[in-house]
Design a protein around this ligand. Structure first.
Ligand SMILES: Nc1ncnc2c1ncn2[C@@H]1O[C@H](COP(=O)(O)OP(=O)(O)O)[C@@H](O)[C@H]1O
Ligand SMILES: [Mg+2]
Length: 379
């Protein structure tokens, strides 16, 4: 066993968004120092970190220098290029390792991995030309979703195809690059399992969390998910298989589709804390961010027990359209917690913060969080 990285040490975070911010809060609370690297300045993570390095991810000299000053490197942004992870790994352990990043940052590699592991996935075809697309559509039928293989998030780089006339538009939407075509699934609901795996293989999970999307962006999460217990437990077992198979040291989230027929299909993987796990900060003994910290530092993982069920609502930049939201109104809900990420510019669709409501009844938590979010709107 390698010795654990103890409080007082510096942790490096590649990426500087809200995931890094909440990680940094957890790390600083436990007495660690945090360094962050990204191309931006005055970032959500940088505002909390001890050191904010501003450099491009492909500035390998800067990345090496960054890694020299920390005991371990982790990431909050899974599109960190592979050479960046390799450069960091010359000076500090990278956790989860570059191999995990490599597999999960590209949809084709990810789907091949899942298929090879015998895990259920959405029917799909690999697409490299309009001819591939035409052929795949005759096989999978309509509607179907075309997704770029690289750099997709929050529904970016996706196009739903309802008829053959849309083939040219769809191909343009994915920038004529390598893509996957997926059958469009008739969904009962979507769930996710956020789990952590320690350096010695210890596995913990937060159970199934239910997710509702709006415009392909996560809108609301509810925990525990309102699905039959056998669906939750099957999802957890699949997540365990994914983390073990990949040898993850850190946190990984598995997103699932639950079909109308009650079947579970893995949609995608995120090798880091996940938006659906934000409610663990207020609802659980150990948050997803503290689990990431413990895992990458080689510490024992904490309890994932829930104090109370919870619901989380994202706050997108759209809420600012009529001026500064009414924070006082949201704070008037005694069981609702406000999280803001310190982002300076509230653009539409941009994740600016979230609210978490706690209640012994998940349905009630859901209703309260929606009410609290509506109370923010200026009329
Ligand atoms: N094949 C599909 N069938 C039905 N809905 C889908 C499909 N693919 C994506 N979606 C919807 O779009 C959302 C975002 O897609 P996802 O592949 O998870 O991309 P992202 O990387 O942007 O999160 C999903 O959570 C789901 O609501
Ligand atoms: Mg997704």
């Amino acid at each position: 066993m390698i010795p654990p990285i103890l409080p007082g040490a510096a942790i490096g975070v590649l990426g500087s968004g809200q995931l890094g911010r909440m990680f940094a809060i957890a790390a600083r609370r436990m007495g660690y120092r945090v360094h962050t690297l990204s191309p931006d300045q005055d970032t959500p993570t940088g505002q909390i970190a001890d050191v904010e390095v501003v450099a491009a991810y492909d500035d390998l000299q800067a990345v090496e220098n960054f890694a020299r000053h920390v005991s371990v490197v982790t990431f909050e942004f899974e599109n960190v290029p592979a050479p960046t992870a390799q450069a960091a790994a010359r000076y500090a352990p990278v956790r989860p390792d570059g191999e995990v990043l490599h597999t999960t940052q590209q949809r084709i590699r990810e789907k091949r991995f899942l298929a090879h592991a015998g895990l259920p996935i959405t029917p799909y075809r690999e697409i490299r030309s309009p001819a591939d697309l035409k052929q795949a559509l005759t096989e999978l039928g309509y509607p179907a979703v075309l997704k770029t293989a690289d750099f997709g998030y929050d529904g970016k780089g996706q196009f739903k195809i309802d008829s053959p006339e849309q083939i040219p538009d769809a191909w343009t939407a994915v920038r004529r690059e390598e893509s996957v075509l997926e059958a469009f699934i008739d969904l009962q609901c979507e769930i996710s399992v956020v789990a952590a795996r320690g350096a010695g293989g210890q596995f913990v999970h937060f159970g199934a969390i239910e997710n509702q999307h709006s415009r392909h962006i996560l809108d609301i999460s509810i925990a525990p998910a309102r699905v039959p217990p056998e669906i939750s437990s099957r999802a957890v077992e699949m997540a365990r298989a994914v983390l073990d198979e990949l040898g993850v040291v850190g946190v990984l989230c598995v997103e699932f589709f639950v079909t109308r027929g009650g079947k579970l299909l893995i949609n995608e993987l995120a090798p880091r804390p996940h938006n659906s796990g934000h409610l663990t900060v207020d609802a659980c003994v150990t948050s997803q961010f503290e689990q990431q910290l413990r895992a990458v530092c080689g510490l024992p993982l904490g309890s994932t027990a829930m104090h109370r069920p919870a619901a989380m609502a994202n706050l997108l930049g759209d809420i600012w359209s009529a001026g500064e939201p009414n924070w006082v109104a949201a704070c008037a809900f005694p069981d609702v917690k406000l999280h803001l990420y310190g982002k300076l510019e509230p653009r539409p669709g941009r994740k600016m913060g979230h609210l978490t409501a706690l209640n012994h009844d998940p349905d009630e938590a859901y209703r309260t969080v929606e009410k609290a979010r509506r109370s923010l709107e200026r009329t």
